[in-house]
Design a protein around this ligand. Structure first.
Ligand code: HEM
Ligand code: HEM
Length: 168
């Protein structure tokens, strides 16, 4: 699928951690968005603080979408490092499946959110919330996998998501 290189580039690493920070932000600060949607559903205007929070939520969410698309483009043009040689086929499959699903979710979550926000489609809001819960589950598996690689298998996968191979 993608080229195999020795490590991730500076840009790939930066984008990974920027997306992590933005998702933590979305997790902690979605109250303004919720209050604005509630107000619109009651036919009222949201307070300006809630609306400001909603705009921040939209901006951060669209930034996640942009970062995800750039990361996918980099995966195919520059490439990503292969999974550790020593890893068994089942673990490799689990890692590939988790990464694939996380990419799908960080694209579908902003799109469903945009459908709910822009067009007031309530069902899209429900999908948005459900997909977010699925993402949280996958991220928990992803973090457990990274810690298992680092502390049990003693591979270099965590190090390579911190230290770039070369500028890019
Ligand atoms: C990856 C990016 C995003 C994440 C992680 C995220 C996360 C969340 C979370 C955690 C909630 C609260 C769900 C709950 O209460 O259970 C929420 C609600 C919402 N988000 Fe996002 N969001 C993202 C992007 C966006 C974007 C780009 C938009 C709009 C353009 C958006 C619009 C909404 C709306 C309208 C709601 C309220 C849904 C409802 O109450 O029906 N989100 N989001
Ligand atoms: C919202 C949270 C997170 C998301 C959405 C996320 C997403 C991703 C994705 C999509 C990849 C695959 C990159 C690629 O090859 O194209 C990846 C790789 C990686 N992530 Fe995360 N990640 C998150 C949090 C974390 C955290 C907290 C850690 C640290 C424990 C971590 C450690 C890693 C490592 C080490 C890799 C590289 C795996 C490898 O080289 O095979 N991630 N992450």
């Amino acid at each position: 699928m993608a080229n195999k290189v020795a490590g991730y580039s500076k840009l790939q690493i930066a984008l990974h951690w920027i997306v992590v920070l933005l998702i933590v932000f979305q997790f902690l600060a979605h109250e303004g968005m919720e209050r604005s949607v509630d107000a619109f559903e009651r036919g009222q205007s949201p307070e300006s603080a809630a609306l400001y929070g909603a705009y921040l939520h939209v901006a951060a969410g669209l930034l996640v979408l942009a970062c995800a698309l750039v990361r996918l483009w980099l995966r195919f043009t520059r490439g990503v490092p292969a999974l550790p040689e020593a890893e068994g086929p089942l673990l490799k499959l689990a890692a590939h499946a988790t990464h694939f699903l996380i990419y799908a979710l960080i694209i579908l979550i902003p799109l469903s959110g945009a459908a709910a926000w822009q067009f007031g489609i309530a069902a899209a809001g429900e999908v948005h919330e459900t997909l977010f819960n699925v993402l949280m589950l996958l991220v928990a598996i992803h973090i457990a996998g990274a810690l298992f690689q680092h502390f049990v298998l003693k591979s270099d996968v965590v190090r390579r998501m911190v230290r770039p191979e070369r500028a890019g």
